[in-house]
Write a protein that binds this ligand. Structure first.
Ligand SMILES: Cc1ncc(C[n+]2csc(CCOP(=O)(O)OP(=O)(O)O)c2C)c(N)n1
Ligand SMILES: [Mg+2]
Length: 396
């Protein structure tokens, strides 16, 4: 099967001579193999930064109003969850938390574009996406609390563990998606990845494998402008991160990542492309990390407040709310109801995270390998003996 997006473009002709010239050109000029793979010159946008709709686009139809109302609801709850998680780090209940404030449209849009049977491959930044997928927030935060490998069952939730080693999820997603297609299922895998991580080898290996073997993966780059303190300008010389797809024969698009309507429209099309058996698709969302890299980072050391303020004006939650109110999809009561639901969600999370977890230190050795190595057995025995000795000392 040839590249799915290569299309013949009819020549625009006005005179018989021009027709002859054009037909000569058509017969000699080879078709451009990059056609249909490159992203639009400008990020796709369906709402302007104030929430006013832009002209409709045939290539990216607007998602239904109910889907957008649900997106709004999940974005508000997601943001409240994010604020709560950051507060939990200050109370010593979480070891670390990487906030995705400002990236709500991306976090929720990715989840809404997928079916429950699809797979998500998240990074450490995607806690909001996972709770938006319906995972228990306490289970999602277990890893960041530091007391277990992964708090949820990845197979049951079709959600891989959150990856801290950058870009490793890109190869996992390619392998899983290939396996699902091989077994005749139409599952799609969506791999989140940051701007910085597109410089990692695993990103390139994953997308190349997926392209060659037509694995149904959506690589979703959240370009939030920073990799900790490294700005985009020091990360890449590419015209846009979406251009990284063309070298692998992967069709790509770029979207305004703070425009929820556009994010959902673009991801819906990318997922449909992968599900239809056309191989992977790369989407770059232009967005911004409003908070420091994690609670342990001081972002004022490498970016100025004016830049952050400029992005505050493009807030995705306010933008969607303005649009949906103007369309009559949301009213005062609906907005208040969502806000109250978000408060309840946070209160429940607070209460459950305030319970002191009981952790068996020996569980550290579980699930490292299916069969523990002799070294692990030895280390486990050493820890067990030390714990027993400490207990005896305590009793004495
Ligand atoms: C292989 C690897 N190298 C380095 C790191 C350290 N590290 C953690 S997060 C990060 C920045 C990643 O930036 P980006 O991909 O843009 O994602 P963001 O944090 O902005 O969501 C780095 C370098 C790591 N976790 N893994
Ligand atoms: Mg980044």
């Amino acid at each position: 099967m040839g590249p799915p997006h290569v299309q013949e473009v009819p020549a625009v002709t006005t005179t018989p001579q021009a027709v002859r010239r054009a037909s000569t050109r058509r017969s000699t000029a080879p078709p451009d193999p990059a056609r249909g793979l490159l992203p639009a010159a400008e990020p796709v946008r369906l709402l302007d930064p104030t929430g006013t709709p832009l002209p409709a686009r045939a290539d990216y139809p607007e998602p239904p109003a109910e889907a957008l109302a649900e997106m709004y609801r999940r974005m508000v709850i997601g943001r409240r969850f994010d604020v709560q998680a950051t507060a939990l780090t200050k109370q010593g209940r979480l070891a670390v938390y990487p906030s995705s404030r400002g990236q709500e449209a991306c976090q929720v849009g990715a989840v809404l574009a997928l079916r429950e049977t699809d797979w998500v491959f998240p990074t450490y930044r995607e806690s909001m996406a996972l709770v938006s997928r319906g995972l228990d927030p306490v289970e999602v935060l277990t890893l960041l609390r530091g007391d277990w490998h992964c708090g949820y069952d990845p197979a049951a939730r079709r959600t891989a563990p959150q990856c801290t080693p950058l870009a490793t999820q890109c190869v996992h997603a390619a392998g899983l998606a290939y396996g699902e297609a091989y077994q005749g299922r139409d599952t799609v895998a969506l791999a989140f990845i940051g701007d910085g991580a597109t410089s990692e080898g695993d990103f390139h290996e994953g997308i190349n494998f997926a392209a060659v073997f037509r694995a149904p993966v959506v690589y979703f780059v959240q370009n939030n402008r920073y990799a900790i303190s490294v700005p985009l300008s020091r990360q890449t010389a590419a015209p846009s991160l979406a251009y990284k797809g063309v070298g692998y024969g992967v069709p790509s698009e770029q979207v305004d990542g703070n425009d929820p309507v556009a994010v959902l429209a673009v991801l819906t099309r990318a997922v449909a492309h992968a599900r239809a058996g056309n191989g992977p698709f790369l989407v770059e969302a232009h967005t911004y990390r409003m908070e420091p890299h994690t609670n342990a980072d001081d972002a004022t050391r490498y970016r100025d407040g004016a830049e952050v303020d400029a992005w505050r004006d493009r807030d995705p939650v306010a933008r969607l709310e303005t649009y949906l109110r103007a369309r009559g999809v949301l009213d005062e009561a609906a907005v208040a109801a969502v806000a109250a639901e978000a408060e309840e969600y946070a209160a429940d999370l607070r209460a459950r995270m305030n319970a002191q977890p009981t952790v068996d230190p020996l569980s550290l050795f579980d699930h490292v390998y299916a069969e523990p190595t002799p070294q692990l057995v030895e280390q486990r025995e050493q820890v067990r003996a030390e714990l027993a000795a400490a207990e005896q000392e305590g009793d004495a």
